[in-house]
Design a protein around this ligand. Structure first.
Ligand code: NDP
Length: 385
């Protein structure tokens, strides 16, 4: 039996991962599950999967978790150190699905075990790509991408000579406001931004899809993971969310990955890698779909997207600054303090202010944390002003 842990088990990716594990009885032993506020879900999943260890990120919720798991024999802990402990418990395969930069430290701890890290937490690669990859190399660990676009690129590259890759095209649905008149965007609300046309995901990534901050993160993630030059990466709006990514080779061939918008495909691919096993995802009926559309993203509708190239060209800590500014702007948008379009404007200003120092120094967990903290403070000051 393969020993597996899920960091961020109570979220959208975590729940999809558990669903696949449940469908393969006798194949997996669940070692550790982590969650945040959703104690009821964490406890239910820990009992159901007979996990050895369950941890919440929040110390104030420890008693609730203890009460919910009383008599189960499952070990319980809370706080940031507990997340690290969950990541360090011996496991063959660990899903990194905590949302935000909070997933970085547990992901690094998981890599130190030398097993396989299934990486949904794109923020890890955006904020600390070189550190993450060096940690994996040092410990003989493998990182498998879980973001559907990156899983698609990974699959399109199997058996190919990396030197023959000319470009990579990442598709984007265009999010909740793809067809909304531009003039209405300033007043777009949280509830409508939280509704995705094709994918069922957590709230934060869904809003980031509407603004294309998510696509900007994915572009940086692709650069880091596949060692691409920034100008080798393109983005196309593809409303059907059926072609997840394409890889273009020097002979002009384009290899596309085509599949339904169901994260269990990319998760299941990483779970079963290098095998392909049956997955409970819909089979595409291309005749019924009839057409696949592609268009260039409108920079006026998605100003956040261009920031990715600014970040990639500067390098160093620019990704950590960008991600922290984006996470904080999103907090303020969700709290109703700023409008939808203000998010990209404020992130652009914060990025401009921070880029001067972004290139300095080695990227370490400490340096990323420091950058993250200072950027959040700066964003708060900008919004308060
Ligand atoms: P969700 O918001 O649905 O879930 C996030 C998980 O992280 C939950 O378990 C949550 O706990 C936990 N969490 C939240 N804040 C913290 C914190 N500060 N410390 C520790 N744990 C925390 O997110 P998603 O599943 O949508 O996304 C997870 C990651 O995967 C993100 O990086 C996202 O970009 C990426 N991703 C997601 C996709 C999707 O389809 N959802 C697709 C591709 C990538 P709780 O809910 O209990 O509070």
């Amino acid at each position: 039996m393969r020993r597996v842990s899920i960091l961020g088990a109570t979220g959208s990716i975590g729940q999809n991962t558990l669903d696949l594990i449940r469908r393969a009885p006798g194949e997996f032993q669940v070692v550790a599950l982590t969650g945040g506020h959703n104690i009821a879900q964490l406890a239910e999943d820990a009992r159901q999967s007979r996990a050895e260890f369950a941890a919440t990120a929040y110390p104030e919720l420890l008693e609730d978790l203890q009460a919910a798991l009383a008599g189960s024999g499952i070990q319980v802990a809370a706080g940031k150190a507990a997340l690290i402990e969950a990541a360090q418990r011996p496991a063959d395969w660990i899903m990194s699905a905590i949302v935000g930069v909070a997933g970085l430290a547990p992901g690094l701890a998981a890599l130190e075990q030398g097993g396989t890290l299934a990486l949904a937490n794109k923020e890890s690669l955006v904020t600390a790509g070189p550190l993450l990859l060096a940690t994996a190399a040092r410990h003989g660990a493998r990182i498998l991408p879980v973001d559907s676009e990156h899983s698609a690129i990974f699959q399109a590259l199997i058996g190919e000579d990396r030197a023959a890759v000319e470009r990579v095209i990442i598709t984007a649905s265009g999010g909740a406001f793809r067809d909304r008149p531009l003039g209405d965007l300033a007043h777009a609300g949280v509830a409508e931004a939280s509704t995705h046309p094709n994918w069922d995901m957590g709230q934060r990534i869904t809003i980031d899809s509407a603004s294309m901050f998510n696509k900007a993160l994915e572009v940086i993630e692709a650069k880091e993971f596949f060692a691409l030059d920034p100008d080798q990466i393109e983005v196309l709006v593809h409303p059907q969310s059926t072609v997840h990514a394409l890889v273009g080779f020097r002979d002009g061939a384009l290899m596309a990955h085509v599949g339904p918008p169901d994260m269990r495909h990319a998760i299941g691919y990483a779970l079963n890698w290098p095998d392909r096993r049956d997955l409970p995802v819909a089979r595409l009926d291309l005749a019924a779909i009839g057409r696949l559309d592609f268009a260039l993203p409108d920079p006026a509708r998605y100003p956040a997207l261009a920031l990715a190239w600014q970040v990639m060209h500067v390098g160093g800590h620019a990704g950590a600054i960008f991600n922290a500014a984006k996470e904080r702007a999103l907090d303020h948008f969700i709290a109703g303090h700023i409008g939808f379009l203000e998010m990209s404007a404020l992130v652009a200003r914060t990025l401009d202010n921070g880029l001067r120092d972004a290139q300095t120094g080695e990227i370490t967990l400490e340096s990323v944390r420091r950058c993250d903290h200072l950027t959040r403070q700066q964003m708060d000051r900008l919004i308060a002003a």
